[in-house]
Each structure stands twice: as C-alpha cells, then as structure tokens.
Design a protein around this ligand. Sequence first.
Ligand SMILES: *Cc1c(COP(=O)(O)O)cnc(C)c1O
Length: 390
Amino acid sequence: MERKTPYYVIDQKSLDDNFEKLERALKKHWSNFIIGYSYKTNALPWIIRHFDRLGCYAEVVSEEEYRLAKLVGVKKGNLIYNGPIKTKETFLEAIRDGCIVNIDSEREIDWLDELPRKNRVIGIRVNFDIERMCPGQSQCPEEGGRFGFCYENGEFSKAVTMLQEKGARVSGLHLHTSSKSRGLDIYRAIAMVACDIQKEFRLDLDYVDVGGGFFGGLPTKPQFDEYIALMADILSTQFDKGRTSLIIEPGMAVIGAPVRYVTTVIDVKDTQYNRFVVTDGSRTSIDPLMSKSSYFHSYERSADSSIVPKQIICGYTCMEHDRLFEAIEEPALLPGDRIIYDKVGAYTMCLTPLFIKYFPDVYVERDGVFIKVREAWRPEDYLMKSILEE
Ligand SMILES: *Cc1c(COP(=O)(O)O)cnc(C)c1O
C-alpha cells in the first residue's frame, strides 16, 4: 500500500541503538542513574510510551504533560516534574507519590506547608552564570537564564534556608542548561557548579540532575560516552556514586536523529526569477521556529533529468517564507519525486501548527515494516472541541 505523504517515520532500530549507547555510557561511568525522557521535545504518544518501556522516567513540565504521563501508563513515581508552571495540585500529588520534583520558584516552597514534614523532600533547580563559565555558548549571553534559583546572588542559599526552616530535605540539584553549543564545556560547567554547591552546603543528595541538551546520534558531535565520562570524573570528587544518582533528561539526543519527514513534489513552476518546486511538506513541520538555514535531505527520483542551475524547494503553506532550501546545479525535480528530510524528531511534531493542513501521519519503521502510530488529523478531528453555535 502506498503511504500518503507528507508523513514522519520513526526508525526504531536507530532509536533503540542510539538509546543503548546512552545506557552503556551511564552504566560504565555512573551505574546509579536515571534517564528522564523530556516530553516537551516530542510527546507523540507512541514515543513517550516507548521511552517508558525502555525504562525512562517521564520528564514533564506542565500539568498537561504530567497527566499525559499518567494516561499513557507511566508508573506512579517514575516521573520527574520540573519547570516554573506546575500547578499546586499536581505538585503536591507528585511529591506524595514519590516523584522527583525540582522547585523553580518560591511559591512552590510555600506549597510544602500542606504536606506532613516527613514528605517534604524536594530538589532545587539551580540558576547559575553559564555565560561566564562558557563564553559565547549560552542561549542568553546578555540577559542570563531565567530558570531556577540564582546561585551567584544568594537566592539559592535563601531557598535552602527556607526549606530547612520548614523541615524539608533538599534531595537533589537540577542544573539543566540549554545552550547554543551543546558542547562538552557546558557539562563540565554543570558538574563543577554541582560540586561547588556541595562543598558550600554539604547537602545529603539523592541525585544530581544535569538535565538534557546533549547531542546524540551524530558522529561528528560529542558522544554520550564523552559527556558522561567528563561529568563522572568531576562529580565523583564530591559525590559518592553509590549514594547519589546521576539523572539526565535527554530529548533531542534520543529522538532528534531517528525521525524522517517524507514529502512529494506536486508541481514545478518557472517564473521570471526562479524555478519553484512546490511540495506537500512544509517548513513548519521540520523547522517550526524558522531558525535553520539547511536541512539533512535526500531524494527519491522517479526518472533521470537534466541539471538545472537553481531550484527553490517550497512548502504547502501559501506563505512566501515557506521555502525550505535551494538546490544548486542539481537534476531537475519532477512531480512525484520524493524529498526526505532526516533527523527531524526534536521540536518539530510538537510545535507544528494546525495551519492550512493538519497533523500528518506518523509511522514506525521496524524491520522494513511500516506501522502507523498516528493517523493524520482530518477536519473532523480539528472540529472536535469546538462549538459552532452557542
Ligand atoms: C528542554 C528540556 C530538556 C531536554 O532538552 P533537549 O535539548 O531536548 O535535550 C531537559 N530538561 C529540561 C528541564 C528541559 O527544559
């Protein structure tokens, strides 16, 4: 049966092989570990269930993601709850259930009053000056990061004191830092900050959570073994591998590479200026933040054709800027040819708007067999929660 484009394909073997490399690195360097899969990176239900089956915790940052984890069957407690927008009800429930919860704001400290003292066990997200430690690599060089309690200005220390006054135990540090570079320097800095805090505060930590933000599945970039070895070396100067777990929260590194997006050329037109190749895919489906200037791509052509100087590959959205890339001095693309974009699993499906067309099909490819794991949305699905006449 011919599959209708556009669609995404998850290559299960490459997903599982890559995940195994990650696990191997952790087992080797810090065998007492937890992997939390970052829901926000791609929360397609098949994917979050798959990572649950691989033994990951669900790393969630909203009430919706928290409840989604429960709906897909994540076991009570196998959940890491982060971020500044938790709701009080789910925050308290998560702590009661023994989840890993990292506070991001003072209001969460107040919420602890509603729990018996023995249940007041909590991790703290640390805000620290990553730009100073890794110049040019942080996401907000001028303005600084906005998550967690600031270490340098004393807010972190204040939070620890407030927690101690409530009889709460600080059980973990959360140091997730998204960066431009995803480089090893970032993780050296994270491990060093964890050690500095440990020297200063002498906390009895169940875990150090270094967050996500790694590369994965790209041979030219740092490998899991390098990231983990580097951090283990530093962390082991202050933490006992038997006592304190290492938590990582990958998203991009585990779901970016194994996903492709398959599109078809539907028309080719020449204007005075250019040759435009119209496809049934869209930039919004592989680059919703419109931030990339090139894409891993390949072709499946139906016939030989002659070389043309320039072709501009465009998407379906009827917006001028839905132009994906330029093919320079390449064979002419013809209607029916396929353009396949590779490594598009992170921050794509979950950020695609319901714009002009709706969510496409998603398949899992396993041993050469394609299994549909999400049916494309139809207009009927789009209408689902709407009221046409009040
Ligand atoms: C976004 C995020 C992650 C995952 O980041 P990736 O870059 O997708 O690996 C992990 N932890 C937290 C707290 C996040 O906000």
